[in-house]
Design a protein around this ligand. Structure first.
Ligand code: NDP
Length: 382
């Protein structure tokens, strides 16, 4: 990885024009001398990806070159994918499972962790089955359909002494770490208002929006998805508001948007807006939709503001603060996420709270409250 000194960072990304601007714009971690990178050659966490759809393909590509995590196995219901992945990623037959024989993974000492990348309603079963097989688990967002499912998943992992992580890729992304720092360290004073808007789901392999016209697409099926764009993309807007402020919302109000295509959105919302109030008095407005493309986060604080646009998709992100541009070199987000999670597991330590099942549960509680607020027209107290 390219080593970036404070000077080259400022030159390359044009941050700030004066010392005071630099003081508020330069991320704190760049002010210390960077340690030399020592290549790691020890044991890696052997990972099995469960559900080989669009996002699993992105994860598999991104994790190539990972120092701490190895793609060792797959779980798929599609035999043709098993053949393709086996060849592409050199996966031995003994590490290939389908949804029926998956529990046999308990006997496979070569798999340390399972990454569940299935439709939302399937997360619970496969997290619990992984935990019972003695495997650590990462599950994709949203953690599950409802609070009860999340609690069962956390309990199963605790009971079986394995760790449960959420696939929150932005928790390790430098631009997001920086807006979290700007908000939580009150670099521009107390943040008073946040606006976060989530985009249409994008298929980066086909390089086009995900075809939710397809009747087969599980995102339109409430039983499989648990809800529409709020479950899929709105969760990022909720997350970003929570980590900019470092607070949990105390109440929500919400409104469903217009349904322009009644055939496609007969079970789930097409768009939704919501408002969250936080203990400091800060307000966060969110909106997410399958009908229009928006990808933006804006925070207004007492002495300035900061924003990203785009800011929630896969990047690269464009940002600015009221003192100048805000931009970091793009990283392989999924590789970084898997490396950081694997490092903790290899050291036999506990995962940090922000990436665990408890964090996923907090988001599901808020999502449930937003749906309740939109359905009833009432303010919901959290
Ligand atoms: P896809 O529809 O592309 O893939 C889902 C895969 O799950 C399928 O390809 C299939 O794999 C398997 N599957 C098993 N049963 C079913 C079923 N009944 N219907 C459909 N698929 C089934 O979805 P995505 O990859 O886009 O999303 C999967 C998960 O990842 C979701 O929870 C989503 O929210 C999350 N996600 C997270 C992202 C992030 O940025 N963190 C980005 C995109 C998605 P197989 O053929 O191998 O059995």
């Amino acid at each position: 990885m390219e080593k970036i000194s404070r000077r080259s960072f400022v030159n390359k990304f044009g941050i700030g024009v004066s010392a005071s601007v630099i003081a508020t714009s330069i991320p704190s971690f760049l002010s210390a001398a960077e340690p030399e990178h020592i290549p790691y050659n020890g044991k890696k966490i052997n990972l099995a990806l469960c559900g080989l759809g669009i996002y699993a393909n992105i994860v598999a590509e991104s994790m190539q070159g990972s120092e701490y995590c190895n793609l060792a196995g797959i779980v798929t219901g599609t035999p043709s994918k098993a053949i393709k992945w086996k060849e592409k990623y050199n996966i031995p037959d003994k590490n290939i499972y389908n949804y029926e024989n998956f529990d046999e993974i308990i006997k496979n000492k070569d798999i340390d962790m399972v990454y569940v990348i299935l439709p939302n309603s399937m997360h619970k079963d496969f997290v619990i089955r992984s935990a019972k097989a003695g495997k650590h688990v990462i599950t994709e967002k949203p953690m599950a359909i409802d609070v009860k499912e999340c609690e069962e998943m956390i309990k199963a992992c605790n009971d079986n002494k394995v760790q449960l992580a959420l696939g929150y890729r932005l928790h390790y992304e430098p631009t997001h770490l920086e807006i979290k720092r700007l908000g939580q360290e009150k670099v521009f004073g107390q943040v008073r208002y946040i606006e976060s808007l989530g985009y249409k789901t994008y298929d980066t392999i086909a390089k086009k929006p995900v075809d939710i016209n397809s009747p087969a697409n599980w995102r339109l099926n409430k039983k499989l998805s648990g809800g529409g764009p709020l479950m899929d993309l709105g969760i990022y807007c909720i997350q970003v508001s929570r980590y900019i402020l470092g607070e949990e919302p105390i109440s929500v109000t919400a409104q469903f948007g217009t349904i322009n295509d009644k055939n496609r959105f007969s079970e789930t919302e097409e768009s939704i807006s919501w408002q969250m109030v936080f203990p400091s008095g800060a307000m966060a407005n969110g909106n997410t939709s399958c009908g229009y493309n928006i990808d933006r986060t804006y925070a207004s604080a007492d002495y300035g503001s900061f924003e990203l646009s785009p800011g929630l998709s896969y990047g690269p992100y464009e940002g600015k603060t009221s003192k100048g541009p805000l931009k970091f070199p793009p990283i392989k987000q999924q590789q970084k996420q898997l490396d950081e999670i694997s490092k903790v597991l290899l050291a036999n330590k506990k995962l940090p709270d922000h990436i665990t099942g408890e964090e996923g549960l907090k988001d599901i509680k808020i999502i449930n409250a937003i749906y309740k607020a939109a359905e009833t027209g009432k303010k919901i107290i959290l």
